[in-house]
Design a protein around this ligand. Structure first.
Ligand code: ATP
Ligand code: MG
Length: 440
């Protein structure tokens, strides 16, 4: 991508409305724009990051056996009347009437709809287990939308829904998502700690929130500090192994970890004082097992091996991609801007032409840009005629992991500089060496 032809509206000044660093940096880097309170456009740079986050989420959902579909944002109120949640949900639900005066709503979550899909076609235990997910916009008319896309009214959610014949089978489905979440957040460059959580309006009795520790987090959390160093389930994790996944769950729930709603002061005080971590956190994911809470009122049942009908045991599993992007920034930035983990960086490499219009600089940059692009890298080429200082500031601000800098003096020697955004380390090397380093 040539920056001269891209759309990346950088702000020079710090936007006054931004209270936390991620919101400030997302606005300054031209990633998002607020359209009305708590409702955002994702501008091209932001969209790239969001898409990369979703690729990782999807990959780990698929690995764990979940199956993607797409459900609409607008739902009929009837479904929610069946489950009894239409009245219970309160003012967070945006209620709409269509031209025939039929009550509709902008979905805040999808338990009812997915249960309806399930009951219309699954009739036998032989079709279980089943886990269906989608990555879709939701709307919740939050009383206090704030911090940009961290807490917005319209936001994106990956929500998965599992269906099983028995509670034991449903617990295995829960453990699959539990392990998938640990892997997902790790691949996003985050350390998320599963904490016992309240089930809220979703209902049920087994639930964990995945929390990232951050001073700007909205939740107050309490946990054992050893979680920070726990091993993440590896690539070879067998998601069909009941014992294997139970062992992962047991290990990751063996120490104290709870959000303030579930906090047990006495249990926390039993943790040795030096191991206690009481901090603030950002909820990036939330998983629930809620048994037959929806399957009973909505009549979602299957025939079991005993020939009888059984209401299915369900769970639901949410991750917020549009919250994850600012959460990653909260965890990874410095005074100059964002520092993206390579896995979600909007571009892999930025090529900075310090003197656009200078033949040698132009030729060198074009050569590098073409070679790296051909090798499958996402490359941003800053070919604008801005001052070098402005270009450096922009490159640091948008947080691309690697900068290849071509200035007249180095280029005259057949060389460029390679800068690591995270460490700030700079290395001068030949043009060829710079290309070869990133062409594996
Ligand atoms: P919170 O406690 O932060 O209000 P929640 O418990 O209501 O969230 P869930 O119903 O568990 O949220 O939704 C699953 C995930 O969706 C959350 O873990 C979070 O990542 C994301 N999410 C929920 N509400 C919002 C929001 N208003 N803006 C952005 N992301 C959100
Ligand atoms: Mg929650």
């Amino acid at each position: 991508m040539r920056l001269s032809r891209y759309f990346m509206p950088i702000l020079k000044e710090n936007p006054k409305e931004a209270e936390i660093v991620s919101h400030r940096l997302m606005l300054r880097a031209g990633m998002i724009r607020q359209q009305s309170q708590g409702i955002y456009s994702w501008l091209p740079l932001g969209k790239r990051v969001l898409d990369k986050v979703n690729v990782i989420i999807r990959d780990e959902q698929n690995r764990a056996g979940a199956i993607e579909l797409s459900m609409p944002t607008l739902q009929s109120a009837e479904l929610w009347q069946e489950s009894g949640r239409y009245d219970a949900y309160g003012k967070e639900m945006l209620r709409i009437k269509d031209r025939q005066d039929r009550p509709m709503l902008y979905g805040p979550t999808n338990e009812e709809m997915v249960t309806d899909i399930f009951r219309s076609s699954v009739k036998s235990y032989k079709d279980l287990p089943l886990n269906l997910y989608h990555i879709q916009l939701k709307f919740r008319d939050e009383i206090r939308p704030r911090f940009g896309t961290m807490r917005s009214r319209e936001f994106m959610m990956k929500d998965a829904y599992s269906f099983d014949l028995t509670r034991e089978a449903a617990e295995h489905s829960y453990n699959k998502m539990f392990a998938a979440y640990l892997r997902t957040f790790d691949r996003l460059g985050l350390r998320a700690i599963p904490m016992r959580a309240d089930t809220g309006p979703i209902g049920g009795n087994l639930s964990h929130e995945f929390i990232i520790l951050a001073d700007t987090g909205e939740s107050e959390v309490f946990c054992h500090k050893d979680f920070v160093g726990f091993d993440i389930p590896g690539d070879r994790t067998d998601f069909d192994s009941v014992e294997g996944l139970q062992a992962i769950f047991d290990k990751w729930t063996s120490l104290y970890a709870a959000t303030s709603e579930m906090h047990d002061e006495a249990a926390f005080n039993a943790v040795p004082e030096g191991d206690r971590l009481s901090a603030r956190g950002i909820e990036v994911g939330h998983i629930f097992y809620f048994g037959t809470k929806y399957s009973e009122p909505m009549g979602a049942k299957v025939q079991g091996p005993d020939g009888k009908e059984h209401f299915v045991h369900m769970g639901s599993y949410g991750i917020g991609p549009t919250r994850l992007v600012p959460a990653i920034i909260e965890a990874s930035h410095d005074d100059n801007g964002i520092i993206w983990p390579a896995s979600v960086a909007p571009f892999d490499i930025v090529v900075i032409n310090m003197k656009a219009g200078d033949q040698a600089c132009d030729d060198t940059c074009e050569l590098i840009y073409a070679a790296l692009t051909k090798a499958g890298k996402d490359v941003l080429y800053d070919d604008t005629d801005d001052r070098a200082g402005t270009k450096f500031a922009t490159a640091d601000l948008i947080g691309v992991p690697v900068q290849i800098i071509a200035g007249p003096r180095a280029v005259a020697n057949g060389e460029v500089e390679v800068k690591d955004r995270k460490t700030g380390a700079r290395e001068t090397m030949t043009i060829e060496a710079a290309i070869n380093r990133f062409v594996a």
